[in-house]
Design a binder for this molecule. Structure first.
Ligand SMILES: C[S@@+](CC[C@H](N)C(=O)[O-])C[C@H]1O[C@@H](n2cnc3c(N)ncnc32)[C@H](O)[C@@H]1O
Ligand code: SF4
Length: 334
């Protein structure tokens, strides 16, 4: 079954946040001043159980979802995550992946692979230890994330994608060293424009390094050429090195919004579904699940939510929208 929203967009991707907690305090995502000791993280009973997540994932798959990304918060801090991976890997025809900060990956990569995970994305904002420690704000060293990436490669979780959020004046000098380090390996870099998600990171347009600038900086030393998008809704603009030594992606959600092709839904750890990263209001699926809804009713409810979808926040981004209340990325799932 295919359902289309008010702009004719199907639902193809689902991001599932399995926890709103994290062992990092990245300055652009969970600044310490806000996410401190007293921050009211979700109590355990409010999190969806693995069984509830699987039920929703199957319902979404029935509506056309082909790709599921497990995220958070930091997904690897959720206990026994391999069990959920195994449950989701059992859904036919699904492309299943996970985004992690890599801190616990060296320990968990093989178990994730054995559970049925195919590939993985690791976030790493800089190879410069001092810069990285300041960005994750818990003094976590680069070397241990690199160990996690190596463990993922050794386990066969390929390709390993590495997400790099670029913030002006913070880690922009690290773009070329990253490109040099990973060119010619099984790691595909994806540079991400710093986005105005949530309202705690004090985002300013001046902090954004436009994707075009990132591509130009790399191209000047390591010549690049564009690659055609592989499918509708692909968010990364792909570029390959002209000498055949691999490719990179850039995600220009601020300077070149891609709402027109957005086929993505997001499920928060407590079972709210959001049809846009910038949505203010979610739809409470946990209440439906715990209220005894049948599978047919659940599918019908999801279809109704998707059909009513009219979000295109990034295309409308302006002085007027900047003031809207927004949901934190660590909650909604990046
Ligand atoms: C919210 S995290 C969740 C998964 C995991 N904790 C991680 O860091 O990979 C998912 C991705 O969102 C990115 N992200 C977080 N805040 C962002 C922002 N304000 N702008 C752009 N990307 C952001 C992170 O760098 C990460 O690659
Ligand atoms: S980006 Fe990921 S690792 Fe960093 S604070 Fe947000 S959820 Fe945690």
């Amino acid at each position: 079954m295919t359902v289309l929203d008010t702009f004719g967009r199907p639902v193809r991707d689902l991001r599932i946040s399995v926890t709103d907690r994290c062992n990092f305090r990245c300055v652009y995502c969970m600044p310490k001043e806000v996410f401190g000791r007293d921050y009211p993280f979700l109590p355990r009973a409010e999190l969806l159980t693995f069984e509830e997540i699987e039920r929703l994932a199957r319902a979404f798959a029935g509506l056309g979802v082909e790709k599921i990304r497990i995220t958070g918060g930091e997904p690897l801090v959720r206990r026994n995550l391999e069990t959920l991976v195994a449950m989701l890997a059992g859904i036919d025809g699904l492309d299943l992946t996970l985004t992690t900060n890599g801190a616990l990956l060296a320990r968990k990569a093989q178990a994730l692979k054995d559970a049925g995970l195919r590939r993985i994305t690791v976030s790493l904002d800089s190879l410069d230890d001092e810069v990285f420690r300041a960005m994750n704000d818990v003094d976590f060293p680069v070397a241990r994330v690199l160990d996690g990436i190596d463990a993922a490669l050794a386990a066969g979780l390929e390709p390993v994608k590495v997400n790099v959020v670029v913030k002006r004046g913070l880690n922009e000098d690290g773009v070329l060293p990253m490109a040099r380090r990973f060119r010619g390996t099984a790691v595909v870099l994806r540079f991400i424009e710093y986005m105005d998600v949530g309202h705690t990171n004090g985002w300013r347009l001046d902090d954004v390094v436009p994707a075009a600038e990132i591509v130009a900086a790399i191209d000047a030393e390591l010549p690049l050429e564009p690659v055609q998008a592989a499918y509708r809704g692909e968010v990364a603009n792909r570029w390959r090195y002209r000498d055949g030594s691999g490719e990179i992606g850039v995600i220009s959600s601020v300077t070149q919004p891609f709402c027109g092709d957005c086929t993505r839904a997001r499920l928060s750890a407590d079972g709210q579904v959001y049809t846009c990263l910038f949505a203010v209001q979610g739809h409470d699926l946990r209440a439906l699940l715990r209220g005894g809804t049948s599978d047919e009713e659940l599918t019908a409810a999801l279809a109704d939510i998707w059909r009513a979808r009219a979000d295109r926040y990034s295309e409308l981004r302006s002085a007027a929208t900047a003031e809207l209340p927004k949901i934190e990325m660590s909650y909604i799932g990046g």
